[in-house]
Design a protein around this ligand. Structure first.
Ligand code: NAP
Length: 248
């Protein structure tokens, strides 16, 4: 069953990793996909072709999620190109890890801007069309680290915890307009990025997870499909951990 047939979605940071997994899984479920990237132009172009292979409309937009004006422009362009925005997945994110003692103000601010301001920027940008439609699903990508913290990631965990507070407030403000706002908190997800890590370290992480494996982008994407679709029509303001039981 195609759960997102003819739905139009925006996914930020779709060119790689989890965002790419969300884009392909959404397309398999019949959604038309508008996705953004920062600098991976070639990967973005390849993904557009792959998505079109599923018989959906797909378009890539170079757009810095941290830039407020660019986010407003993006929503305008997507509306012109697709006609309606049914779901938004705020997935773009970066890390700049360091112990607090060594963390610069610049690295703190950068991570907050790309991870948290971006969620504000684009949620605000899609608000008007969603209010008009009286329908919308906003899905924000937090992290296990936003719930429990992590040494060496005070900037990242602050941004990811901020996303949870923001999403709950949006759920309260917009529930009466049938706009839902939920969070996904991934655990350890294996992407090209984690392939570069030392295999013994990664195996140690896998062993400590109750389901005894790292997650895949598809694991996160399937949760996004659920939250974007009417299967979750009565769910808002929630944080869904997709972490193999890590927080249990
Ligand atoms: P990734 O492989 O590094 O991909 C990040 C994506 O975000 C890329 O498409 C990148 O575009 C885009 N991006 C980065 N900065 C951007 C900006 N300023 N404007 C627009 N797009 C930007 O990351 P990932 O592992 O898939 O993570 C995706 C999300 O899940 C992030 O929010 C991350 O915090 C969260 N998460 C990941 C894990 C994990 O284990 N991987 C765990 C918990 C949470 P370019 O390709 O152009 O750079």
């Amino acid at each position: 069953m195609k759960l997102l047939q003819d739905q139009n979605v925006i996914i930020t940071g779709g060119s790689r990793g989890i965002g790419r997994g969300i884009a392909t899984t959404f397309a398999k479920h019949g959604a038309n996909v508008a996705f953004t990237y920062n600098s991976s132009t070639q990967a973005a172009e390849e993904l557009v072709k792959e998505l079109e292979g599923f018989g959906v409309k797909a378009k890539a937009y170079q757009s810095d999620a941290a830039d407020f004006d660019k986010a407003q422009e993006l929503a305008k362009l997507v509306l012109e190109d697709f006609g309606q925005i049914d779901a938004l997945v705020n997935n773009a994110g970066i890390t700049k890890d360091n112990l607090l003692m060594r963390m610069s103000e610049e690295d703190f601010d950068k991570v907050i801007k790309v991870n948290l301001n971006s969620v504000f920027n684009l949620t605000k940008a899609v608000l008007r069309p969603m209010l008009k439609q009286r329908k919308g699903s906003i899905i924000n990508m937090s992290s296990v680290v936003g719930i429990k913290g992590n040494a060496g990631q005070s900037n990242y965990s602050a941004s990811k915890a901020g996303i949870i507070g923001f999403s709950k407030s949006v759920a309260l403000e917009l529930g009466s307009r049938n706009i839902r706002s939920n969070v996904i908190a991934p655990g350890f997800i294996e992407t090209e990025m984690t392939e570069k890590l030392d295999e013994n370290t990664v195996q140690g992480w896998r062993d400590s997870i109750p389901l005894k494996r790292g997650g895949t982008p598809e694991d996160i994407a399937n949760a996004c499909v659920f939250l974007a679709s009417d299967m979750s029509a009565y769910i808002t303001g929630q944080t869904l951990s997709v972490d193999g039981g890590m927080l249990t």
